[in-house]
Design a binder for this molecule. Structure first.
Ligand code: ADP
Ligand code: MG
Length: 210
């Protein structure tokens, strides 16, 4: 298995939030983790990408240990992309520069090639010079996804990606995202409280706290 989480547990202060969570994820698949508000979805993503330390459990990604009793790989060394619920774009950078920020070290020409391809994929070529404040919520989300993909992550995590979109846009984005992720062959975990998101997008559905 490409990603394995074994008996992951976590607590804030004295409140245990994640209880012995385990899952196995295949390369190139889309997994939805379903849970109600406050069930620990965002925390689970923070644990997977290394922004929090679990109290117990282990994780391997692409056969490398990310954490266990003896190891903890820092977030910036994990090659895991996280798209926050509020997108967290850089307000002082244009759409193009936001996406370019995600590109790992490469030549100027190659960088441009990668960014142009991603801009085209997310249908933002015409908007490349706009700033986030000039973009709609849906556009901002596409920038955030393109920025995360620019880094060629081994794993892409999305926190409630549809919660800020209206119904019509939501339906369209679900279809487009599935298309992009399959096209890029990227392995994805989406956390959501919406069963419909999970049903429409995911190859595998895991219920948090079940
Ligand atoms: P979800 O994303 O499913 O809504 P979260 O993972 O954000 O859930 O939070 C789950 C619970 O953990 C909530 O009760 C929340 O108040 C608590 N929590 C989240 N972050 C912190 C923190 N930094 N310190 C203490 N408690 C927190
Ligand atoms: Mg959350």
């Amino acid at each position: 298995m490409y990603l394995k989480l074994n008996d992951l547990s976590f607590q804030y202060d004295d409140q245990q939030l994640i209880h012995s969570f385990s899952c196995a994820i295949e390369k190139g698949s889309i997994t939805a983790v379903l849970g109600s508000s406050g069930s620990g979805k965002s925390t689970l993503l923070r644990l997977i990408c290394g922004l929090e330390k679990p109290i117990e459990g282990s994780m391997t990604l692409d056969q490398k240990v990310m954490f266990d009793n003896a190891h903890f790989t820092e977030a910036h060394c994990r090659q895991i992309g996280l798209v926050f619920q509020d997108y967290a774009l850089f307000p002082h950078l244009t759409v193009r520069k936001n996406i370019e920020y995600g590109v790992r070290k490469s030549s100027v020409l190659r960088k441009k090639e990668i960014v142009d391809r991603l801009l085209k994929m997310v249908e933002l070529t015409q908007d490349a010079d706009k700033y986030p404040s000039q973009c709609s919520g849906g556009m901002q989300q596409r920038v955030a996804i393109a920025r995360a993909l620019a880094n060629e992550p081994k794993l892409l995590l999305l926190d409630e990606p549809f919660s800020n979109l209206d119904q019509q846009l939501k339906d369209r984005m679900r279809i487009l995202m599935k298309q992009w992720f399959k096209e890029q062959g990227v392995t994805v975990i989406i956390v959501t409280h919406d069963q419909q998101d999970a049903a429409m997008l995911a190859d595998q559905i895991i219920v948090l706290g079940a």
